[in-house]
Design a protein around this ligand. Structure first.
Ligand code: ACO
Ligand code: LMR
Length: 264
């Protein structure tokens, strides 16, 4: 019989050996014929299954809403400075992407982890927030530099509105809102931010769609798929900022001395 040489790589999401590439077994032509979108492609390549329309629509809304947030945020700033240093597109893009992390855009997975654990254990928002404080951990998904109680993040409202009318349950998001109600009693800027909204709502999507086992949901949360949504989305804006600087022929950036506190 045939002897199968051991392989060095295992891959389960795509295959280009046939007449046309397949994403999770779905041929590219069928994706185009059915008029599917980027939300469906993410479903196939990240979650290895076709998700219902409201789920893929939600994914696309996340991408649209997180694509950019102006030139002043960490990621865009880095991309702009890098582009102005004469670097290429990929360098400018990754320079911006490297700022995504626990403070900026990369709190989605931790928000999902902590909200899931606290909600599943029926912790009151008070007990949850205070236990985080005792551990010296800022609640991921809460807080914003410029948004506040009286100037809420529009993106959060849009995500909540969509989910409330399309998701079978928004249990985790409602929990996150209760946490926000409590943190807002502490300070005006401790709002539910876009990372927290996506993190909690994605838990609702995973649990409510009936497409994932409990074990699969735990694995998705543990591995941390959800920061990927922000990374993917913000790449659109970072690429835009890079082109913008190059189009404007902006010179090398140097930060003004006046804006630095020189001290011993
Ligand atoms: N949980 C609990 N307390 C908080 C939190 C939080 N998430 N955020 C701020 N505070 C409190 C703390 O007491 C903090 O004091 P400390 O520095 O001694 O810990 C105090 O508020 C002062 O914080 P600010 O200076 O007002 O917060 P800042 O504006 O510097 O930070 C930030 C904003 C980075 C978003 C912060 O709220 C945070 O770390 N949040 C958690 C991470 C997160 O969700 N990031 C995603 C933001 S959305 C996005 O990037 C797209
Ligand atoms: C963003 O999406 O980049 C923002 O929420 C961060 C910010 O400080 O505005």
């Amino acid at each position: 019989g045939k002897v199968r040489a051991p392989t060095h790589i295992i891959s389960t999401i795509s295959d280009d050996r046939g007449e046309e590439p397949c994403y999770a077994g779905v041929p590219m032509s069928s994706i185009i014929e059915k008029g599917l979108g980027v939300g469906d492609v993410i479903s196939l390549l990240w979650f290895k299954r076709s998700l219902p329309r409201y789920c893929t629509q939600f994914i696309e809304i996340c991408i649209i809403l997180c694509a950019d947030h102006g030139p002043c945020v960490s990621g865009a700033h880095n991309a702009i400075v890098t582009a102005r240093a004469g670097k290429d597109l990929v360098s400018s893009l990754v320079s911006g992407l490297l700022t995504i992390g626990p403070r900026f855009g990369g709190a989605v997975d931790d928000a999902a982890r902590y909200f899931k654990d606290a909600c599943d254990r029926s912790l009151t928002p008070y007990d949850f927030v205070e236990s985080m404080k005792e551990k010296g951990i800022r609640v991921p998904g809460i807080g914003h530099r410029i948004k506040s109680r009286d100037n809420k993040d529009k993106r959060v409202g849009l995500l909540q509105k969509f989910a409330r009318s399309h998701f079978p349950s928004v249990k985790y998001m409602e929990y996150a809102v209760q946490v926000e109600d409590y943190t807002l009693t502490k300070a005006n800027n401790l709002v539910l931010n876009v990372d927290g909204a996506i993190g909690s709502l994605f838990l609702d999507l995973l649990a409510g769609s009936g497409m994932f086992t409990k074990q699969e949901i735990d694995e998705i949360v543990e591995i941390g798929y959800l920061n990927g949504l922000f990374v993917l989305a913000r790449s659109i804006g970072l690429i835009g900022h890079t082109f913008d600087q190059k189009r404007l022929k902006q010179p090398l950036y140097r930060h003004p001395w006046e804006d630095v506190l020189y001290t011993k």
